[in-house]
Design a protein around this ligand. Sequence first.
Ligand code: GLN
Length: 266
Amino acid sequence: ALTVGVLALQGGFAEHLSCLRKAAAHLEVKFNMVEVRTPEQLATCHALVIPGGESTTLSLLATQSGLLGPLRDFVKVKRKPTWGTCAGLIMLSEEASSAKRGGQELIGGLDVRVHRNHFGRQKESFVTDLNLAFLAESLTDAMRAPPFPCVFIRAPVVDKLLADNVEETSPENGADFQSLPSPATNNQTLAQGSKIEVLGILLGRHASNKAAAAAETARSVSTKGDGDIVALRQGNVFGTSFHPELTEDIRIHLWWLEQVVHASMK
Ligand code: GLN
């Protein structure tokens, strides 16, 4: 059996556990889903989810519980599959634009900068359908990837890539990287040495870039535009700005558990 942990210091861990259990029921492999609050519990895990919540609080609680070092080791040295949603994505980024000097400690792993609270306050929360082409990779859901209902709550977006090894995405992802802020050319900054794969781009009226916002709907995949990056992967680290655990749609949890299975077979 594979043990999947959910960091349970704060935030939406119960919702993730419930989605993971539902998704696991579709797979042959047996899983143990566990709440992680101590380094000992983390040590039993093959993979980890870091939920949404509030990243400054998460960071403080991780430091106080002696988990920050073990979490960095888990993600960046042992390179175990780790998925962060919202505040979890912030924790897994190398830089957060609003982190004060000497303030928020991050785990890192994704060579990106995130912009916290990109869309504003709680009342600016929204749900939008996004086309997530990577879901078609799913073995159990092969070739069928209807738009995913993405819940954004005081969400961050990735506003800068710190590595120059970004994977070219296929046209159906609707991404155009020409117009992204140019990444640092210094490979020394690479946390992972793996390519950054942009897996989800926000288009439509919520996008901050005019061209992307002018795209008719967030699900129009043919429109080229530099929308906001809201899902990405770099090696073992996966991040989403939005909250799949707050929907009935378990496809992302299923897809990620499949990645965990693949990683365990290497
Ligand atoms: N705004 C929060 C932060 O900066 C994240 C919000 C969330 O996880 N829903 O940490």
